[in-house]
Design a protein around this ligand. Structure first.
Ligand code: AG3
Length: 290
């Protein structure tokens, strides 16, 4: 028997720890973890932040990946820039959820936006994000941003104010976020949008369960005359392909795309651009149900 050389063993201070989120009972995504930076139970959910070598800091809510430092830009740019460059003259923006700050920070890049309101139910998500994701929470320091800790469902039921754009930046459609996908909630959002208002929502991956995306689309169609599904490539979300819905009272995201404003502003974006704005609405043949 040959001798096992000692240097083949890792030093004890470098344990090999892996975290897996199952995407179906039979597959998932796995990250090697350097260490757990935060673990806690909030009033609403379990919250963890992992330090990983491949994706940087990773936030989990109830054990599901919400964002990673390496690929969050795709989701946050796509949920904000598509409506911002579709609307002709956006001035007020309401975000429901989005406690990690990624969404409001991408809205705050726009000088034409005068007021950004965020309604987040879980204050701990904001606090923990400010600590472990400082580069995406900078929007909270913008004077135009107002953070309200509260229930988005109640907020839109009673909102006397109107918004040009609303984005629902939620977790998956079960548990605490279930009500943010209902027909009734979308009707209330419709009512707090201005006459030419636009709503964007995250609408899950169509890959494993197209019915989840279909249901969101269908519920939106009950209130909005124009609803379009678009896709983006997000490596750490289930299937890596993620859908969003844009629901609109007047503007069509392709016909009304304001390419000139996009060119003039020349914002520091990493995924979104003119070609992506158009291409994102091209759907694979299996999803021609939308
Ligand atoms: N919200 C949508 C995350 C959904 C991911 N689902 C999952 N991993 N099962 C992200 C919030 C980012 N602001």
């Amino acid at each position: 028997m040959t001798d096992i050389k000692e240097e083949k063993f890792l030093p004890p201070q470098a344990p090999v720890i892996w975290f897996t989120e199952k995407h179906t009972p039979d597959c998932g995504i796995t990250f090697r973890v350097n260490k757990t930076l935060y673990s806690g139970k909030t009033r609403y959910q379990r919250l963890d932040v992992l330090d990983t070598p491949e994706f940087g800091n990773v936030m989990l809510l109830d054990g599901l990946v919400m964002l990673t430092q390496k690929d969050e830009f795709v989701y946050h740019e796509m949920i904000t820039q598509i409506p911002l460059f579709t609307h002709k003259n956006p001035k007020s923006y309401l975000v429901i959820g989005g406690g990690d700050g990624g969404t409001i920070s991408r809205v705050a890049l726009h000088p034409e936006i005068e007021k950004i309101t965020e309604v987040e139910i879980d204050e701990d998500v904001v606090k923990v994000s400010r600590k472990f994701f400082p580069e995406i929470t900078s929007g909270y320091d913008d004077a135009r941003v107002e953070l309200i800790i509260g229930d988005g469902i109640k907020f839109v039921e009673n909102s006397p104010r109107k918004y040009d754009i609303v984005t629902v930046d939620s977790t998956d459609p079960f548990g605490p976020a279930k009500g943010l996908f209902s027909e009734k909630f979308y009707r209330d959002v419709y009512n707090c949008l201005s006459g030419d208002g636009i709503l964007t929502v995250q609408s899950e991956t169509p890959f494993y369960d197209v019915d989840a995306t279909k249901l969101i689309y269908k519920n939106l169609r009950k209130s909005f005359p124009i609803v379009r599904v678009y896709l983006a490539f997000i490596p750490t979300y289930p299937a890596g392909i993620w859908s969003f819905c844009l629901a609109s009272k007047l503007y069509d995201p392709l016909a009304d795309f304001d390419q000139r404003r996009y060119m003039n502003l020349s914002l520091p974006l990493k995924y979104y651009n003119s070609a992506i704005h158009k291409a994102a609405f091209a759907l694979p043949t299996v999803y021609d149900c939308f």
